[in-house]
Design a protein around this ligand. Structure first.
Ligand code: HEC
Length: 117
C-alpha cells in the first residue's frame, strides 16, 4: 500500500516538473489587459513624437489631421515611407530619430486607430 502511494506521488512530481519546464519555455509574459501591445507602444510613441504637430488625438494642428484621414495614401507602407522620409521644411523625417520598429508601431497606430483605415 505505502509503496503504491510513493509511486503515485513520484508520478505526480514527475509530471509537475515536466509541466513547469514546458511552461517556462512556452509562456511569454503579456502586457496586462492589452491584446495589441504594438498599438499601445505606437500610441505612446505618437504622443511623444507626433502629437505636438498633429494633436494629441490626431485632430490636427501645425500638421494636418490624421484622425479619419490619410485618404491620399493607398497602403500603410506608403505612410511608413512618408513618416520615415518626412517633408523638407514641413515635417521631420523620422528614420534618423526612431528605429524602423518604432516607426512601424506609430504608423500602425495612426493607420488603424486614428485614421480607422
Ligand atoms: C514639426 C511638426 C510635425 C511633426 C513633429 C510631425 N508631423 Fe506629420 N506632418 C506635418 C506637416 C506640416 C504635414 C503636411 C506635410 C505636407 O503634406 O506637405 C504632415 C503630414 C503628415 C502625414 C500626411 C497626412 C496627410 O493625410 O496628408 C502623416 C501621415 C504624418 N504627418 C504623420 C506623422 C507622424 C506619424 C509623426 C510622428 C512620428 C509626425 N507626422 C510628426 C508636421 C509634423
Amino acid at each position: 500500500m505505502l509503496h503504491r502511494v510513493v509511486v503515485v506521488v513520484q508520478a505526480v512530481a514527475a509530471v509537475a516538473v515536466v509541466v513547469t519546464v514546458v511552461l517556462l519555455f512556452t509562456v511569454q509574459p503579456t502586457v496586462a489587459g492589452s491584446e495589441a501591445p504594438d498599438l499601445e507602444a505606437g500610441a505612446g510613441l505618437f504622443a511623444a513624437n507626433c502629437s505636438g504637430c498633429h494633436g494629441p488625438a490626431g485632430e490636427g494642428g501645425v500638421g494636418p489631421p490624421l484622425a479619419g484621414g490619410l485618404s491620399r495614401f493607398d497602403s500603410i507602407d506608403q505612410v511608413v515611407t512618408f513618416v520615415s522620409t518626412g517633408v523638407p521644411g514641413r515635417m521631420p523625417g523620422f528614420e534618423t530619430r526612431l528605429s524602423p520598429e518604432e516607426v512601424n508601431a506609430i504608423v500602425e497606430f495612426v493607420w488603424s486607430d486614428l485614421a480607422g483605415r
